[in-house]
Design a protein around this ligand. Structure first.
Ligand code: UD1
Ligand code: CA
Length: 449
């Protein structure tokens, strides 16, 4: 039987090694903060309660925690005295809780849901389950000290470990699950008599085995367990995430010509038979439906792309772009907070912001939605089947009726009724023979000088 599960996410560390003004856990991986990743994992691990430990005065970290887990309890750790001290900061949640406890580090964002399930499952046969991994370079990680039967007797922090202990390849990934009579009592026994003068959560294992409790390792891949302490590690983790996400997408039926050049976000949704050409960036909030094609060098954030649509090359879709079925968006077209209904086209050089483009309408090259007056954004509505000529400027708020034509080069600031033609440009003047006369005049002047 699974017990109620309290998950304590530790996010109070200063992250000094990041050399950043921002807290480490607010740095982003695939479009979401490290803390956001940890909390998403906590939620799928089936937590009955989530506690997040943040540093004193870390208002942004607190806000980020609540944005991702609105029902979480946030605790402050007064000073960063170590991971055991951080768990004790969540005393309020631990005292009330009856059941299992899982501790997660917010700087270890790649651990996958099935791995956490295994870790929690291991509590059926042990009091403590420790997530272990064997990295190529174990420097800095705590080493798992095992007995002959493979149980964990202790975890030795790198700084404290002897040469023999350091030779031990299996390291602590940080995630640890507990089914013990009192976690508070166990952690309360941890001392800071070590090189760093920190209260190490990892010492809980030695105390537990001293009391006859058992600890079991659960091993995962080094990619999953990677902890982020530096910007280099952040970039390595990003690369691991991207490789994983691309492989998943391709497995689900997405074609990528040069997968290594395609960037996805944590929440990217790609339908079957989507094709993505090289050098495409998909930021958070992108949903691409079946059969759509994203051509090279497009930058897309917060946008929906309908079935069979074609976007790019060199298109920019910003938040709120809603591109309907079979819509064509061509090169150097920027769309923000605007919907293009089925079959509409904007093939070259246009800005479409805060508006609607009706079914089958055509937006010519160089057309601009002038949606901003310096204070406010206004709406532009282009009706079904309308034709907006090249280089037209539509000044918001304005409505172009169904099937209407706007002549090229027009500046439109008044509504155009359906099926009408609007021309708003100075009439053309024609002077027959002018050019020949002009050239003759210029040449005669040249001879005189
Ligand atoms: C920790 C482990 C180490 C493990 C490694 C895995 C300890 C003592 N060491 O080392 O065995 O191999 O992670 O990546 O646990 N934190 C707080 N308050 C504190 C200190 C840390 O909330 O006072 C949080 C940090 O925000 C971070 C996590 O705890 O999310 C881990 O802290 P960090 O200092 O990065 O530990 P490591 O040195 O990486
Ligand atoms: Ca760490």
């Amino acid at each position: 039987m699974n017990q109620p599960l309290l998950i304590v996410v530790l996010a109070a560390g200063l992250g000094v090694r990041m050399r950043s003004r921002r807290a480490k856990v607010l740095h982003h991986l695939a479009g979401r903060s490290l803390l956001g990743h940890a909390l998403a994992r906590a939620q799928v691990a089936g937590a009955s309660q989530i506690a997040v430990v943040v540093g004193r005065g870390m208002a942004e970290v607190r806000a980020e925690a609540l944005a991702h887990a609105p029902t979480a309890q946030v605790f402050e750790q007064a000073t960063q005295a170590g991971t055991a001290d951080a768990v004790l900061a969540a005393r309020g949640a631990l005292e009330r809780h009856r059941g299992d406890v899982l501790v997660l580090f917010a700087d270890t964002p790649l651990i996958e849901a099935p791995t956490l399930d295994k870790l929690i499952g291991a509590l059926h046969g042990a009091n403590i389950a420790v997530l272990g991994f064997a990295p190529d370079d174990p420097t800095g990680y705590g080493r798992l000290i095992l007995d002959a039967s493979g149980r964990v007797l202790a975890i030795r922090e790198h700084k404290e470990a002897t040469e023999t202990e350091r030779a031990q390849r299996l390291c602590n990934a940080g995630a640890m699950a507990f089914r013990v009579p009192s976690l508070l009592a166990l952690i309360g026994r941890i001392r800071n008599d070590n090189a760093a003068q920190e209260y190490y959560l990892t010492d809980a294992v030695a105390h537990a085995s001293g009391e006859g409790l058992t600890a079991q390792p659960v091993v995962c891949s080094p990619q999953e367990a990677m902890g982020i302490n530096t910007r280099e590690q952040l970039a390595m983790a990003e690369a691991i995430f991207q490789a994983r996400a691309r492989a998943n997408a391709m497995r689900e039926g997405v074609t990528m010509i040069a997968p290594d050049t395609v960037w996805l976000s944590y929440d990217t949704v790609l339908g079957r038979d989507v094709t993505i050409e090289p050098n495409v960036f998909l930021g958070p909030g992108v949903v691409i439906a079946e059969g759509a094609e994203i051509l090279a060098n497009s930058h897309i954030v917060g946008a929906r792309i309908g079935e069979g649509a074609r976007v790019g090359p060199f298109a920019r879709l910003r938040p709120g772009a809603d591109v309907g079925r079979h819509v064509h968006i061509g090169n150097f077209v920027e769309i923000k907070n605007a919907s293009l209904e089925a079959g509409a086209k904007a093939n070259h050089l246009a800005y479409i912001g805060d508006g609607r483009v009706g079914e089958g309408a055509n937006i010519g090259a160089g057309a601009i939605f002038c949606n901003y007056d310096g204070y406010k954004k206004h709406f532009i509505d282009v009706g079904k089947g309308a034709f907006i000529g090249s280089n037209a400027a539509l000044i918001a708020p304005v409505k172009i009726g169904d099937g209407a034509y706007v002549a090229s080069g027009s500046v439109i600031s008044r509504n155009v009724e359906p099926e009408a033609l609007a021309i708003a440009r100075s009439p053309q003047e024609l002077r027959p023979g002018w050019a020949a006369k002009f050239r003759a005049l210029m040449q005669s002047r040249k001879k005189q000088s």
